[in-house]
Design a protein around this ligand. Structure first.
Ligand SMILES: N[C@@H](CCC(=O)N[C@@H](CS)C(=O)NCC(=O)O)C(=O)O
Length: 287
C-alpha cells in the first residue's frame, strides 16, 4: 500500500487481494456466490439470516417489539451469518440477498416464501404486514418514512465512512477521519434538533424510524459503537442521549440487541434465537 500523501491513482484500478484492515479478507470487487450452501429453515413464519451489527439489530428489535405487542405471528428463527467467515457468499444466502449483506429475511407466513433484503425494506415489510409501528395517517407516515430513509442514507457515512476509517482501517488517515467525523457530528446535530421538538424521531409515537436509527446513533451516543463517544463528544447531544436511554430501557430493545450477537460482553450474546425461552439460557462459554 502506498503512503496516502504520495499516492497517485493509476489510470485503471486493479484489485489487490488482502489490502489490510478488518474485513479485507472477505472483500472483493464482484458479486455472486463463492460456494454452495443451503440456508437452514426453522419452524417459525419468519426466517432471519443475520448478525448482531446495527443493521441486524434493527430487525431483531422490530421482531421483538411485534412479539411484545402481542403479534404472535411475528415469531422467528434468527440464524447466524458470520460475515467475517464469508457466510454471506453462500449460494442460499445470495438467493435471498443478491447484495450479500445481512440482514436478510424470508417471510414464510404465506403460500409462497417472500424474500426481503435491505434493513429498511424489511422494517417496512413487517410494519405493513402487522399494521404496527408505521403510522397510516399520510403526514405521520411520510414523516416516519422520511426519517427511516434518512437513516438508510446516513449509515454509510457513519459505518462505511467514520467507523471504517476511525476503527477498522489499517492506517489512520487524518483527512478521511476528519471528513467523516464532521459529517457524523452534523448528522447527530440534525437528530438532536429533531429530538428537541419531538419525543420520538417521527413524532409522538414510537416507529420503525426509531428502530432503524437507535442501533446506529443511539448506540453511538451510549458509547457502544467504535469506542468513539469521547472523540465525537457525544454528551453534547442531550436530546439524542435522552431518547437513546429511553429506548435502551425497553425490554424488546434489550432482547433484540442480543440476537445474533457474537462479540462484546458474553452475557449479552445470543448467537441464534429460535424461541423466546432462548433469552433465559446462560451465555455461551468463551473459547
Ligand atoms: N444497506 C444495507 C447494509 C447492510 C450491511 O452493510 N451489512 C453489513 C453488516 S452491518 C454486511 O453484511 N457486510 C458484509 C459484507 O460487506 O461482505 C442494509 O441496511 O441492510
Amino acid at each position: 500500500m502506498s503512503d496516502s500523501s504520495t499516492y497517485t491513482p493509476p489510470r485503471v484500478w486493479t484489485f489487490k487481494q488482502g489490502n489490510g484492515g478488518r474485513f479485507a479478507s472477505i472483500n472483493r470487487p464482484v458479486a455472486g456466490a463463492t460456494h454452495d450452501k443451503t440456508l437452514p429453515v426453522g419452524r417459525h413464519p419468519f426466517q432471519l439470516y443475520s448478525l448482531g451489527t446495527p443493521n441486524g439489530v434493527k430487525v431483531t428489535v422490530m421482531l421483538e417489539e411485534l412479539l411484545a405487542a402481542g403479534h404472535a405471528g411475528a415469531d422467528y428463527d434468527a440464524w447466524l451469518i458470520r460475515i467475517d467467515e464469508g457466510d454471506q457468499f453462500g449460494s442460499g444466502f445470495v438467493e435471498v440477498n443478491p447484495n450479500s449483506k445481512i440482514p436478510a429475511l424470508v417471510d414464510r407466513s404465506g403460500a409462497e416464501p417472500i424474500r426481503v433484503f435491505e434493513s429498511g425494506a424489511i422494517l417496512v415489510h413487517l410494519a405493513e404486514k402487522f399494521g404496527a409501528f408505521l403510522p397510516t395517517e399520510p403526514a405521520a407516515r411520510a414523516e416516519c418514512l422520511s426519517w427511516l430513509f434518512w437513516q438508510m442514507g446516513s449509515a454509510p457515512f457513519l459505518g462505511g465512512g467514520f467507523g471504517h476509517f476511525y476503527a477498522y482501517a489499517p492506517v489512520k488517515i487524518e483527512y478521511a477521519i476528519d471528513r467523516y467525523a464532521m459529517e457524523v457530528k452534523r448528522q447527530l446535530d440534525v437528530l438532536d434538533r429533531r429530538l428537541a421538538e419531538a419525543v420520538f424521531v417521527a413524532g409522538d409515537t414510537y416507529t420503525i424510524a426509531d428502530m432503524a436509527i437507535w442501533p446506529w446513533y443511539g448506540q453511538l451516543v451510549l458509547g457502544s459503537l467504535y469506542g468513539a463517544a469521547e472523540f465525537l463528544q457525544v454528551q453534547q447531544y442531550h436530546h439524542v442521549l435522552r431518547w437513546a436511554r429511553e429506548l435502551e430501557a425497553r425490554e424488546p430493545v434489550r432482547r433484540g440487541r442480543r440476537v445474533n450477537r457474537t462479540f462484546g460482553d458474553p452475557a449479552l450474546q445470543l448467537p441464534e434465537r429460535h424461541d423466546a425461552s432462548d433469552f433465559d439460557r446462560p451465555a455461551p462459554a468463551q473459547s
